[in-house]
Ligand binder design. Structure first.
Ligand SMILES: [Zn+2]
Length: 261
């Protein structure tokens, strides 16, 4: 029996066969560097999708540890990880290495804050939002707009999910859409109202798809809307994002309130 064909040509055959992506798309992915902020439900799903797709370098940023109540939606982690309370980025890096040894995974056990955001996101071609709170998202928006780095926002709670892609200088940013974080304790959280695992994977799948379009050199194919879905009621809405707000404090006036205080 001949040995299994472990070449990149074989591994990525089905995605390279997709004409809009093609061999050039695969080469671009292999050269790409992505930072994923948060290694929970969204972050671990994003990391797995992009590692399987062959993104060259993944930096995972999270300071949390695997817990028993993560396992229903955070597919990279096992019961053994939860029993040991392993750092998520360490458990994720080990699992991702087993999934695709060609991907360079850089686990960073830290929380993204204003003081380290510039350094932790440095060098990334794209930043993916796997966070679970508004303070982190507005900080990400500031850091990415300031440094001209594309990022993809997402949030999930209950059966609802939302996402939008931000290309600095081309599309609206988070502050073009939202004035700022809602007052503390006014927004539902997964801890308070729960979350169904597949909602996480639907929206992480959309983020990963947008990431692949961008990283493979097709920014014009990105969705130019804020997409909001309630997967329980099957209500799906898209808000057109025609252009940045003329007086956006962040992407137009370049005031980075969350990064610089
Ligand atoms: Zn803006």
């Amino acid at each position: 029996m001949s040995p299994p064909d472990r070449t990149p040509q074989r591994r990525y055959d089905r995605q390279v066969a997709y004409a809009p992506f093609g061999p050039a798309g695969q080469r671009a992915l292999a050269a790409a560097r992505v930072a994923i902020v948060g290694a929970g439900g969204l972050g671990s799903a994003l990391a797995e999708s992009l590692a399987r797709a062959g993104v060259g370098r993944l930096r995972l940023i999270d300071d949390d540890r695997v817990a028993w109540d993560n396992l229903h939606r955070q597919h990279l982690y096992t019961e053994a990880d939860a029993a040991a309370g392993r750092p998520k980025v360490a458990a994720a890096a080990e699992r991702l290495a087993a999934i695709n040894a060609d991907v360079r995974v850089e686990p960073v056990e830290a929380r993204l804050v204003a003081a380290n955001a510039g350094d932790l996101l440095d060098g990334a071609d794209l930043v993916l939002d796997g966070t679970d709170n508004w303070a982190a998202r507005f900080l990400l928006n500031d850091a990415c707009i300031r440094d001209g780095r594309p990022w993809i926002y997402a949030g999930v709670v209950g059966g609802e999910a939302v996402t939008m892609s931000v290309l600095p200088g081309r599309t609206p940013c988070l502050r073009c859409v939202y004035d700022g974080p809602p007052p503390p304790c006014t927004e539902p959280t997964c801890r308070a109202v729960g979350v169904l695992g597949p909602a996480v994977h639907v929206i992480a799948g959309l983020q990963a798809f947008e990431a692949i379009k961008l990283l493979s050199g097709h920014p014009d194919a990105l969705r130019a809307t804020l997409l909001r879905m309630d997967l329980w009621t099957n209500d799906i809405r898209q808000l057109d994002l025609a252009a940045p707000l003329a007086d956006c404090p962040c992407c137009r006036r370049r005031r980075f309130d969350f990064l610089e205080g």
